[in-house]
Write a new protein. Structure first.
Length: 422
């Protein structure tokens, strides 16, 4: 058996999702995954002082922003004038981010100029579109506008997705039955890496249920601000008027016992189609009232079930809900599902062997602008002996650990499945 490696999956998840977001949005590979892979296999970790500084800056500025939201304005003004306190720290963090993001933008702008000289004017990423965009008068976008967009993508895109992957791996490490179920599902891919298409075509249904359950229990964003559109009365009986400022807590909604049975338990089976239907029926009956006719109930149940399954429901709100819900929610769900399946395909996980780092089943967390884990989330990772070639008995590639819980299932699948087309 390979040697277990003690890791902080929060740090590793941030580096992984940073690679994903920057590759897609900026066509830039920070090579964080390569360093993580080397570390998990006994080598040195990522050698990247600039990237580490940017990650630290994002984490620190997010924490500070969360505190400044509840700081009296006169005190903020005083700190700003005197250049002290958390305002000073915020400015220092943004200086690090400004330098790093300017480098990303300028590097990509130079590459586009090189491409144009050889007749290549194709947009390969979102940043290309921003750099070539023109305003209504035909002028390119100002550097500060592009900087703001890049900063938003990096801050919102990688940190929230990373926190969800962290929560998933924490539960995988502590719940062998969850890990084994993901392992069995990944084994049916016959040795190839999981893809978005596997999620969309239903080959990673259990893995996605794990991701959804993690989002329910540890929502990446706690509070969503909203302005009341018209006078109304909340279910709690509180009257609100048009123009009132209210906050929706996705954390509280995810642990609401009226909506979720055993809300503090981690149970991916909540998100099976059948269980969603049963829960939707119960909620629809409560919502419609005792005098509703069957047709009204049917419509309510179908609508409730669709919304919950799609993560756009007003009881399941990890991405908010309504017209101002997170535009990256669908991508985040796909990316986390594929990432979780890929990681479990290559590593097995156990809870930390260090009692000082094992904080129990409930993860210590703090919300600033997003959920954070100030004590880290430590697990033991063990590289799997993965065979990616043809199975000796079935002639079909499998990707399972020799002697693992899923090897027998994979062999059965390999015997029954047709050979892949060539």
């Amino acid at each position: 058996m390979e040697r277990p490696v003690e890791i902080d999956v929060d740090d590793h998840s941030q580096r992984l999702t940073l690679d994903i977001v920057t590759s897609l949005a900026f066509n830039k590979d920070f090579k964080q995954v390569e360093g993580i892979d080397a570390q998990l296999n006994g080598g040195a970790g990522p050698d990247d002082s600039e990237i580490s500084a940017m990650l630290d800056a994002y984490n620190n500025t997010s924490e500070i922003m969360g505190q400044l939201f509840i700081t009296p304005v006169p005190l903020l003004k005083l700190q700003n004038v005197l250049g002290i306190g958390r305002v000073r720290e915020l400015k220092e963090g943004y200086a690090v981010l400004e330098k790093g993001i300017d480098n990303i933008i300028n590097e990509r702008r130079t590459q586009l100029e090189i491409n144009s000289r050889v007749g290549d004017d194709e947009d390969y990423c979102l940043l290309d579109v921003l750099l070539r965009a023109k305003d209504s008068e035909g002028n390119p976008l100002p550097q500060e506008d592009i900087w703001g967009d890049v900063n938003d993508i990096m801050a919102a895109g990688h940190r929230t997705t990373a926190s969800n992957l962290t929560v998933n791996l924490h539960h995988v490490a502590r719940m062998p039955e969850v890990q084994a179920a993901i392992e069995r599902e990944v084994a049916t891919l016959r040795g190839r890496a999981p893809t978005f298409k596997d999620v969309q075509e239903g080959r990673l249904q259990y893995t996605q249920r794990v991701v959804k359950e993690s989002l329910r229990k540890y929502a990446p964003i706690n509070l969503f601000p909203r302005i009341v559109e018209s006078d109304d009365v909340l279910p709690s009986g509180h009257a609100v008027e048009a123009g009132d400022f209210i906050l929706l807590s996705s954390w509280a909604m995810g642990r609401n016992p009226r909506v979720w049975a055993r809300p503090n338990a981690f149970d991916p089976e909540r998100f099976t189609e059948e269980n969603l239907r049963v829960n939707a029926e119960r909620l629809a009956r409560e919502s419609a009232g005792p005098d509703a006719d069957e047709e009204t109930l049917r419509i309510q149940m179908e609508r409730m079930s669709r919304r919950i399954a799609g993560g756009r429901d007003f009881t399941y709100t990890p991405f908010g809900s309504g017209p101002r819900s997170c535009i990256g929610g669908t991508f985040a769900l796909l990316a986390t599902t594929v990432s979780l399946a890929s990681v479990v395909q290559r590593f097995s996980f156990e809870k930390s062997s260090d009692p000082r780092k094992d904080h129990g089943f409930e993860i210590p967390f703090v919300y600033d602008t997003t959920i954070t884990f100030p004590k880290g989330v430590h697990v033991c990772a063990v590289p799997r002996k993965v065979r990616l070639g043809a199975d000796a008995e079935g002639g079909v590639g499998v990707g399972v650990e020799e002697g693992s819980a899923s090897e027998a299932a994979a062999r059965d699948f390999a015997r029954q499945a047709p050979a892949p087309a060539r």
